[in-house]
Design a protein around this ligand. Sequence first.
Ligand code: PEP
Ligand code: MN
Length: 343
Amino acid sequence: MIIVMQIGATEEQIQLVAETIRARGCEPLILPGQDRTAIGVPASLNNDQRLSLEAVLSAMDGVSKVTQTSHPYKLASREFHRTDSVVQVKNVVIGGGEFVVMGGPCSVESYEQFSLAAKIVKDSGATILRGGAFKPRTSPYSFQGLAEEGLKILKAVGDETGLVTISEVMSGDMVPLVSEYVDILQIGARSMQNFPLLIEAGKSGKPVFLKRGPAAQIDDFLLAAEYVLNQGNPHVILCERGIIPLDRTYTRNTLDLAAVPVLKEHTHLPVIVDPSHGTGVAKYVNPMAKAALVVGADGIMVEMHPDPKSALSDGSQALTPEQFTKMMTELRQLGEAIGRPLA
Ligand code: PEP
Ligand code: MN
């Protein structure tokens, strides 16, 4: 249940509502918003208790409306926030109607490699530059990223090109370091339920790009987002990046494109699709990127490397500069045709 207070409801009225909820044995979650406060009630009451509490609360001073949430997540739900949330990072608006493209290599490997990639991203009209400095690799013997050196390259190239930057942070204690260098904190698929990390990312107030875990259900995904939101950080962007496949013969993951309209229905948060990890195969990235645009995603994240054959991670799914530029041209044409212009 969510109690939406009136604009201008007093602190006393809010506390009285909270006390009334506590008197029924529930701990209220007070959620101050931009212009009004909402109060969440955990779903621990039976039907009769809920209806009786709803009647009492609806009549209280300062209460605008009482709505039932059918979901375990509250702040992430459309019931809590009807209109689409927009995350603005510098001059880039994510979730505002235009289709946003994030591009760049899986890993930052050197200044030369990364600045070359950034130039292609920028020249092709994409607005966000990706690159991992801390890499979550399945094997400890695989390339682990350049760590802080990689972040320094990322920041230098971001400053030179004016592109917004995004990079992964793998643990809560690394949030301050990564925040110093990048505009958007990426929380990787494997870290989706690293709760201390979600909390620290929430506390940082930085935009958070949260990837869906390979085995996460939609509710798990939105509850992970809820961890960031309930630290008072509304700047959350969701990313569908593929789930565990039935058949790994042809693709690395199964890109769950149906998750896009599902998420759009149940949450107000922007949704990005990652067709690179979603397929694991460079030649399937462009068609799935177009599909993402058509199903209503707010953008895509795509891996591109100046020389995929020599990439230190995820080379087989990286587009070449030519393929990336071609994808951008085709997305622009498609976007115009269906009224979803590229940012
Ligand atoms: C990445 O973006 O390079 C990455 C490691 O993605 P994911 O967490 O989706 O596997
Ligand atoms: Mn990768």
